[in-house]
Each structure stands twice: as structure tokens, then as C-alpha cells.
Design a protein around this ligand. Structure first.
Ligand code: XUL
Ligand code: CO
Length: 435
């Protein structure tokens, strides 16, 4: 059975094409810096936004009604699997990501949930075999069900912590079974709304304990995929404990987990934290914590996580610049944690959305590769800091000075001469490379 009958395989047709159902930049086999574009980008479909989400918002019900929505729960989720793999095949997307809850109904008990999950995982496994599509990462949804009202690992209720442990165990089993290359913790409701009722220390310690347990269990079952934490500063709680990359690094160090995790960085989460997407990627890169990316964008005028498809070349270019400078993706990839607007209710809108996102990042990759090849920023930056490669600067870097020596040196200076940071010139150069 074919779901997206009106759409055939999306092909690369180049920049001159007028066909809106083609790629203008994403040419999967084109070699960029010695490797095919598709290996640089490792695009993934987010199961939840693409197949499960209905466009509900606080003011209205689902508007994105799909063919499977009228079916009984288990039939519905099976049809979603088929549709999802057809969708990925048509777009040439080779990876997907999912939460346990995206793929199967929870039923009336935990054991029924696990049974449902197993049945669907059988089907997913068969589709993976048929198509060669792989699992980028799995995760567990520990935020939607009302039992997680106070959090999962950070809940004040130990029974909820235990339930979360059971879900993580099962999701790790599934991820291993499907050869997932990674496992993500996004701390859904791991945060607080008011400190008036919150034991912050216990909550953070417990969150650390849950992650330690996950790492121990992964070792026990031989799951060798990469663990990630996905920082986010707010929403749904006022303060999410995984605020941003810097906060998460500190958290990981406190609980001796820094060698076990990398970051899954989401564009819209970065901006909610008051950072640019590039800042978060840079912070992860320079600390050897870069892992994977959730590609999307927010809306400057809206202060919440709108999860829109990324269409801004500027941001995508600077993001791909960081990815390339980090040495590229290894286990990670570019997951479109993005959804069509609730008024974009046709199946074809899903294709336009992904084509736009994939083309934006493909173009960003090409520009970033050229910038790096030409050492546009590297040469400028190297020159800008040259005072640290000789004389007093070299001594500072090599930790060979005392404050007394610095004082003696400074007292001997006649004047301090600074040179321009040339921001406007560099911004112009960046534009010249993009356009
Ligand atoms: C929520 C979010 C999640 C994670 C996975 O803002 O980004 O979808 O990516 O749980
Ligand atoms: Co995300």
C-alpha cells in the first residue's frame, strides 16, 4: 500500500529547477571535503513530529488528520510505520529517531505497553531491513503521561522514579535491538516551577542517579551507542535542569558522567537559552562534547519552542561550520526535530518542509566547506591572537609567569595598541560566500 501516492521519489535537480518537489542543493552523492554530502549531513526523520503529532496546541485540537487516524490503536501505529518508511524512502532520508511512546499505545499497564512496543518494533525491524534505513537514536518519553507531572528522574515520588527506570530500561533494550547509534535524554519535565516546594539537591542527585543507572545497564546489555543529553532552558517547566551546554557539562562532571555523554544540540533550545545555535555548538565543540543536532528554528517574536523547519541559510551555514570544525558527525546526525504548522494540513506539506530543511543544510554545508577550505575565519583568528605565540603572551599560555612578572612587564609598557576586530568586514565576507 502506498500512502503518499501523489509524490514520487524526490530527486536532486539543481538550482535551476522550478520543480518545488526536488532538491536544489541536496545532492546526496556529491563529494564535499572528501566525502559524500549524505555522510556529512546524516539526516534523520523525527517520528513524533512527522507521524504522531496532530498539530494540537493549547487552543485547539488536531488539524493534521492522516489516513491512519481513524484506525484502532494498534492498527493505527502499524500503518504509521509503513507510511514513515515510505516517507523516508521518498526523501532519501537514511535515519530516524523516536521516543517509545511515539510508536505504540501505552495500553492499561506497563506490561501491556511493553508488549505493544515489542510488536511494533518487530515491524520497524522488518522495514529497516527492507529499506536499509537506520536508527540514529532512541529515547523514552517521560513527560507526556500525567504520572510525570512532577518530573521523571526528578519526581518527588519514588514510584515515578521507578517507572522512569523501567521505561529507560525498555527503551534501551529496543534501541539496542534496532542497532541504534545513540540514546538521547531530553529532560522533559526534569525541572521546577517553584523553589517553594522543591528539594533541588535531591532532584539533581536523583537525575544523576538515573543517568548512572542507564549507563550501567547499557554496559550490562552491551549497548555501545552514544549517550546524549539535549539541553533546553525552559518549557515545559520554568527552569529545566539541562539549561544549556555549559550547565549540562557542569552537571555531568558533578555526577562523574562527562565521559559517557555528548550533547544533542537543538537550534530552538539554544535560542530559548539566549544563545545562538552556533554558540551552543561551539561550546560543545571546544569541550569535546559535540555529538548530534536537532535541526529546527524558533520564531524571534515567540518565546517558546515552535519547532519550525529550518530555512535560514545563515544559521545553517554557521551550524555546519561548527559541525565540520568538530570533525563532522560520527554517531550523531541532523534530526529534524521540527513540525509543520497546524494550518499546513496536507501530506504534501510534510514533503515541502523536509525538502526545505534538507536543502537549507545542504547549502549551509557547501558554504561552510568553502569557508573552511579558504581558511576565511581561521587565518583572521590566528592573526588576531598572535600576541600569545611569542613574548609575554607565550609565557602566559605556557603558565610560565607570576603576577609579579606581569606587573613588572606592564609597568614597562609605554602604550597599549589594539587592532580592529573587523566584524563588519567578516560579516560581509560571510555574505559573499553565501550569496
Ligand atoms: C523537546 C524536544 C524533544 C527531544 C527528544 O523540546 O526537543 O523532542 O528532542 O525528547
Ligand atoms: Co529535540
Amino acid at each position: 500500500m502506498e500512502f503518499f501516492k501523489e509524490i514520487s521519489k524526490i530527486k536532486y535537480e539543481g538550482e535551476k529547477s522550478n520543480n518545488l518537489l526536488s532538491f536544489r542543493h541536496y545532492n546526496p552523492e556529491e563529494i564535499i571535503l572528501g566525502k559524500p554530502m549524505k555522510e556529512h549531513l546524516r539526516f534523520a526523520m523525527s517520528y513524533w513530529h512527522t507521524l504522531t503529532g496532530g498539530g494540537n496546541d493549547p487552543f485547539g485540537d488536531a488539524t493534521l488528520i492522516r489516513e491512519w487516524d481513524s484506525l484502532e490503536p494498534m492498527e493505527k501505529v502499524k500503518m504509521r510505520v509503513k507510511a514513515g518508511f515510505e516517507f523516508m524512502e521518498k526523501l532519501g532520508i537514511e535515519y530516524f529517531c523516536f521516543h517509545d511512546k511515539d510508536i505504540a499505545p501505552e495500553g492499561n499497564s506497563l506490561s501491556e505497553y511493553f508488549k505493544n512496543l515489542n510488536e511494533i518494533v518487530d515491524l520497524i525491524e522488518a522495514e529497516m531491513k527492507r529499506t536499509g534505513i537506520k536508527l540514529l537514536w532512541g529515547t523514552s518519553n517521560m513527560f507526556s503521561n500525567p504520572r510525570f507531572v512532577h518530573g521523571a528522574g526528578t519526581s518527588c515520588n519514588a514510584d515515578v522514579f521507578a517507572w522512569a527506570g523501567a521505561q529507560v530500561k525498555n527503551a534501551l533494550d529496543i534501541t539496542k535491538r534496532l542497532n541504534g547509534e545513540g540514546y538521547v535524554f531530553w529532560g522533559g519535565r526534569e525541572g521546577y516551577d517553584t523553589l517553594l516546594n522543591t528539594d533541588m539537591k535531591l532532584e539533581l542527585d536523583n537525575l544523576g542517579r538515573l543517568l548512572q543507572l542507564a549507563v550501567e545497564y547499557a554496559e550490562k546489555i552491551g549497548f555501545t551507542g552514544q549517550f546524549y543529553i539535549e539541553p533546553k532552558p525552559k518549557e515545559p517547566t520554568k527552569n529545566q535542569y539541562d539549561f544549556d551546554v555549559a550547565t549540562v557539562m557542569n552537571f555531568l562532571k558533578t555526577y562523574n558522567l562527562e565521559d559517557k555523554f555528548k550533547m544533542n544540540i537543538e537550534a530552538n533550545h539554544a535560542t530559548l537559552a539566549g544563545h545562538t545555535f552556533q554558540h551552543e555548538l561551539r561550546m560543545a565543540r571546544i569541550n569535546n562534547m559535540f555529538g548530534s543536532v536537532d535541526a529546527n528554528r524558533g520564531d524571534l517574536l515567540l518565546g517558546w519552542d515552535t519547532d519550525q523547519f529550518p530555512t535560514e541559510i545563515y544559521d545553517a551555514t554557521l551550524a555546519m561550520y561548527e559541525v565540520l570544525m568538530a570533525g563532522g558527525f560520527t554517531t550523531g546526525g541532523l534530526n529534524f526535530d521540527a513540525k509543520v504548522r497546524r494550518a499546513s494540513m496536507d501530506n504534501i506539506d510534510l514533503f515541502h518542509a523536509y525538502i526545505g530543511g534538507m536543502d537549507t543544510f545542504a547549502k549551509g554545508l557547501k558554504v561552510a566547506a568553502k569557508l573552511i577550505e579558504d581558511r576565511v575565519f581561521e587565518d583572521f583568528i590566528e592573526k588576531r591572537y598572535e600576541s600569545y605565540r611569542s613574548g609575554i603572551g607565550k609565557k602566559i599560555v605556557e603558565k610560565k609567569v607570576t603576577l609579579e612578572e606581569l606587573s613588572e612587564y606592564a609597568l614597562g609598557l609605554k602604550e597599549i595598541k589594539n587592532s580592529s576586530g573587523r566584524q563588519e568586514m567578516l560579516e560581509n565576507i560571510l555574505n559573499n560566500y553565501i550569496y
